[in-house]
Ligand binder design. Structure first.
Ligand SMILES: [Zn+2]
Length: 100
């Protein structure tokens, strides 16, 4: 009985993994991803390439991992990373105030 139980477990795990792989390789999923706006894609790429890279939130002066930033904004060609949802709108409202 024990052996039958373990085999069942392996089968369920295999099915679960197979499902995950199918979902990732699904062309529909890929198409949906590329349909994102350029702005979104660029922000995502910036966050992705910035893995393990540190930044300082210009609003609260908090040191944050770029990959963990809640949001980003590009101002005068420079990318800024924000530690919480309220920081981006505050920064956009008056960037000069936070860049002194
Ligand atoms: Zn913040």
């Amino acid at each position: 009985m024990q052996a039958t139980k373990s085999w069942g477990k392996v089968l369920v795990m295999g099915l679960a993994m197979g499902w995950t792989l199918t979902a990732v390789a699904d062309p529909g999923v890929v198409a949906a991803k590329s349909a994102k706006t350029t702005k979104e894609a660029r922000a995502a790429a910036a966050v992705k390439s910035a893995k393990n890279d540190w930044a300082v939130c210009p609003v609260e002066k908090t040191k944050i991992l770029k990959s963990r930033a809640v949001d980003t904004a590009v101002y005068q060609g420079k990318t800024y990373y924000f530690c919480c949802a309220g920081c981006k709108p505050a920064f956009i409202k008056d960037p000069a105030k936070y860049l002194k």
